[in-house]
Design a protein around this ligand. Structure first.
Ligand code: SAM
Length: 264
């Protein structure tokens, strides 16, 4: 079966990388593991051997059918032939919480991560995920770096992010053009924006980062999704303890939370 580019199919073939990811996932004997995009099953055998229950979500019909055949007679392993971008925990055959593991398709890695954090609250014990290196860098980025942006702030507001190790293109078939990196996400017991409206928090961050080369004040004032009352924005920036002349990518996650609270 040929790998499908549209589904980001770069299959892991390096056994030492497979072992590193399975061991980094920290699966415990009582866990229910959810693997996203198991593909040809590189990580699957190792995860099934460690977990109490194993569920995978695979969008490719043919690969899902192959795995279902492999799992026949095993009542602790399940294949869900669906899209991880929209899958909700209520659609899974067993209740959570889940230990999530994935070598994510490059094209939708960031979006699947956001879906898990936004729509699976309290259902993810930890998520050990492999991304294209640039996306992994954005997830873990600290303020005042090039990689730091809206994705960094949103993800870090809901999870602690631990970059683990890099994986070279030669570990996959077909060989991708990019480097990869494994990251561990530990969802926070409470998001840093607890008590605020998440949609508002997201709007403020996207508005603030819209013109990242401008000052924070100008960027916020230019954002069509926020108020165009500059005095109100100036007052909120001051109330949040921020400097309106600073650049958006210098503002910490706590700073964005304080700003959303002050903007009301
Ligand atoms: N886990 C396998 C490995 O490490 O060799 C395959 C990883 S491959 C990078 C990504 C896998 O995700 C493919 O099997 C692909 O079919 C699947 N996939 C792509 N988009 C998906 C989606 N939206 N939902 C679920 N699975 C998806």
């Amino acid at each position: 079966m040929r790998a499908k580019r549209s589904l980001g199919q770069n299959f892991l073939v390096d056994e030492s990388v497979v072992d590193r990811i399975v061991s980094a996932a920290g699966v415990r004997a009582g866990d229910t593991v959810v693997e996203i995009g198991p593909g040809r099953g590189a990580l699957t055998a190792g995860l099934r051997a460690l977990a109490r229950n194993y569920i995978c979500i695979e969008k490719d019909d043919a690969l899902a059918a192959q795995l279902a055949e492999q799992f026949a007679g095993d009542d602790s392993s399940f294949v869900v032939n669906d899209d991880a971008l929209t899958m909700m925990p209520s659609g899974l055959p067993l209740p959570g919480p889940y230990r999530v593991v994935a070598n994510l398709p490059y094209n939708v890695g960031g979006r699947i991560t956001m879906h898990l954090l936004e729509n699976w609250p309290g259902q993810v014990t930890s998520a050990t995920l492999m991304f294209q290196r640039e996306v992994a860098d954005r997830l873990a980025a600290v303020p005042s770096t090039k990689a730091y942006g809206a994705l960094s702030v949103l993800v870090q507001s809901m999870a602690e992010v631990w970059p683990l190790f890099g994986v070279p293109p030669g570990a996959f078939r077909p060989v991708p053009k990019v480097q990869s990196r494994v990251v561990r996400l530990q969802p926070r017991a409470e998001p840093l924006w607890a008590g605020l409206d998440y949609e508002r928090f997201r709007t403020v961050i996207h508005g603030g980062f819209q013109s990242r080369r401008k000052t924070l004040l100008n960027s916020l004032a230019n954002a069509t999704t926020l108020t165009n009352d500059v005095d109100l924005i100036r007052a909120a920036v001051a109330e949040a303890g921020l400097d309106g002349g600073d650049r958006p990518d210098h503002i910490s996650v706590a700073g964005w939370v304080a700003l959303t609270r002050a903007l009301g």
